[in-house]
Design a binder for this molecule. Structure first.
Ligand SMILES: Cc1cc2nc3c(=O)[nH]c(=O)nc-3n(C[C@H](O)[C@H](O)[C@H](O)COP(=O)(O)OP(=O)(O)OC[C@H]3O[C@@H](n4cnc5c(N)ncnc54)[C@H](O)[C@@H]3O)c2cc1C
Length: 371
C-alpha cells in the first residue's frame, strides 16, 4: 500500500529535485508533507549534471551537502570555439559534476530523514477545491505544490499557463567512459548548437548537445567539433542518448489560491546556464517561508527576484549562440584577456554586481573592436 493519507498540510506533486527540495524545506518549517511521483527512484533525466557554486550553496541552505554525493568538483568554465579556447575559475568555491541519479538518491534520503511521506508510483490526476486526486482518491491538503516539471499538468489545472516568454531548445545527453583530466566544465560553441561537457566520475563525462533543432543528435553534430570528436572517437558510451526539452519560460504568475509552482513547472532558464538546480533550491526555501507566513504573494515576489540574474545570463548566452560572428569575436577577445570571462563567470554565479558587470561589458566591447 502506498502511504497516501486522507489529509496533509502540504501535498507536493512531483518527486524530481524541485519537489524533493520543496518537501524538505516545508518539513524544516514544521509542516506535515506528502509527496507523490508517478515514477520510482532513482529518477534519471537528461541533464548536463553540472551544479554551479551558487547551486551548491543553495542546496546547503536546505541542509543538503552535495559534496557528499560522490560527484566531481570542477573549478571553472572553459569556452571553446574552433581553435580558440579560454578558461576562467569561479571567484569562490567550486562547481560539481554529479550524476542525476546520485543527486536524486541523496535528496530522497534527505526527504525520508526529514519525515516527508513519500508516495512513489502514485499519479496525481487532478486538483479539487480542498485537495488533489492521487491514485484515484481524494487527499485533502491545505497547500498544494506543483513540482511536476516543464510540461506541468498542475500548472494547467491551476490556470497558471499564461507566460510572458516561452522559447524551446532540445537537449540530448550521453555519458562516455573517458579520462577527462580537466578541472573545467567545457562549453563548445558551434553554429546553431552547443556541446557542453561535465566531468561526473573518475573517468566518466556527461556530454550534452543543445540546439533549436529537435532532430539534431550528438553524432550528427560532432563533425562540427573536430577536437572533441577526436577525444570521443576512442571513448565508450556508458549510457544511451536521452533527450529533454529546455524551455526559457517566464510565467505571469506562479501561485493561485492554495497552489504554488516550483522548479521547471514554474518557468525555467535555458539549460546552458547550468542554473536550473540552483534556481529550484532557492525557490524551495522561499516557498517554505511563504507557506509559514500563510502568504503566497511573498513567494511570487521572491520567485521573480531569484530568476532575474539567471534569466539575464540565459538571454546573453542565447544571443552568443545565435550570432556566430559576434560570438567568435567575443571569445577571441576573452582569450586575449581571460579576466573578461572571469568577470562574466562571477556575474553568472552571483559574485559580481550588475554595475561591475556593465563595466566589464564595455571592456569586452572595446576588446572586440581591437582583437
Ligand atoms: C538538456 C538539459 C540539460 C540541463 N543541464 C543542467 C545542468 O547542467 N545544471 C542544472 O542545474 N540544470 C540543468 N538543467 C535543468 C534541470 O535539469 C531542471 O531544472 C530540473 O531537472 C528541474 O527539476 P524539476 O523537479 O522541476 O522537474 P523534473 O526533474 O522534470 O521532475 C518532475 C517530476 O514530476 C513527476 N510528475 C509529472 N507529472 C506527474 C503527475 N501527474 N503525478 C505525479 N508525478 C508527476 C515526474 O515523474 C518527475 O519525476 C538541464 C535541463 C535540460 C533539459
Amino acid at each position: 500500500m502506498r502511504p497516501l493519507p486522507e489529509s496533509t498540510g502540504v501535498f507536493v506533486i512531483g518527486g524530481g529535485p524541485a519537489g524533493l527540495a520543496a518537501a524538505i524545506a516545508a518539513r524544516r518549517r514544521g509542516f506535515d508533507v506528502t509527496l507523490a511521483d508517478c515514477s520510482v527512484p532513482p529518477i534519471d533525466k537528461a541533464c548536463g549534471e553540472g551544479i554551479m557554486p551558487d547551486g551548491i550553496a543553495a542546496a546547503r541552505a536546505l541542509g543538503i551537502d552535495l559534496d557528499l554525493a560522490g560527484g566531481v568538483p570542477f573549478r571553472g568554465i572553459r569556452f571553446r570555439e574552433g581553435e580558440t579556447s579560454v578558461e576562467a575559475a569561479f571567484p569562490r568555491g567550486h562547481g560539481l559534476g554529479l550524476r542525476r541519479t546520485a543527486l536524486h538518491r541523496l535528496m530522497v534520503d534527505h526527504a525520508a530523514a526529514a519525515g516527508v511521506r513519500l508516495a512513489w508510483g502514485a499519479r496525481v490526476t487532478g486538483l479539487v477545491e480542498d485537495g488533489v486526486i492521487a491514485d484515484g482518491r481524494l487527499v485533502r491538503a491545505r497547500w498544494i505544490v506543483g513540482a511536476d516539471g516543464s510540461r506541468s499538468p498542475v500548472r494547467h489545472w491551476a490556470g497558471l499557463d499564461a507566460c510572458r516568454r516561452d522559447s524551446l531548445r532540445y537537449g540530448f545527453r550521453r555519458h562516455y567512459r573517458v579520462p577527462h583530466g580537466s578541472e573545467f566544465m567545457e562549453i563548445h560553441w558551434g553554429d546553431g548548437c552547443q556541446l557542453y561537457i561535465t566531468p561526473v566520475g573518475a573517468s566518466e563525462i556527461c556530454v550534452v548537445l543543445i540546439s533549436r533543432n529537435p532532430h539534431l543528435r550528438l553524432d550528427d553534430a560532432l563533425p562540427q567539433f573536430p577536437e572533441l570528436a577526436r577525444r570521443l572517437a576512442a571513448a565508450r558510451p556508458s549510457t544511451l542518448e536521452r533527450g529533454a526539452v529546455s524551455a526559457s519560460r517566464r510565467l505571469n504568475a506562479v501561485c493561485r489560491g492554495p497552489v504554488a509552482l516550483v522548479g521547471d513547472a514554474s518557468g525555467s532558464v535555458d539549460a546552458i546556464t547550468g542554473e536550473g538546480l540552483c534556481l529550484l533550491f532557492q525557490q524551495a526555501v522561499a516557498l517554505a517561508g511563504a507557506l509559514a507566513a500563510e502568504d503566497l504573494r511573498l513567494y511570487q515576489a521572491e520567485h521573480r527576484r531569484i530568476g532575474k540574474r539567471p534569466e539575464f545570463m540565459s538571454n546573453l548566452m542565447l544571443l552568443m549562440g545565435s550570432r556566430g560572428r559576434l560570438r567568435r569575436r567575443a571569445i577571441r577577445a576573452m582569450a586575449a584577456d581571460p579576466r573578461l570571462l572571469a568577470r562574466m563567470l562571477a556575474m553568472h554565479v552571483g559574485e559580481l554586481s550588475p554595475f561591475a558587470f556593465a563595466s566589464n561589458g564595455l571592456a569586452l566591447g572595446w576588446r572586440m573592436l581591437t582583437v
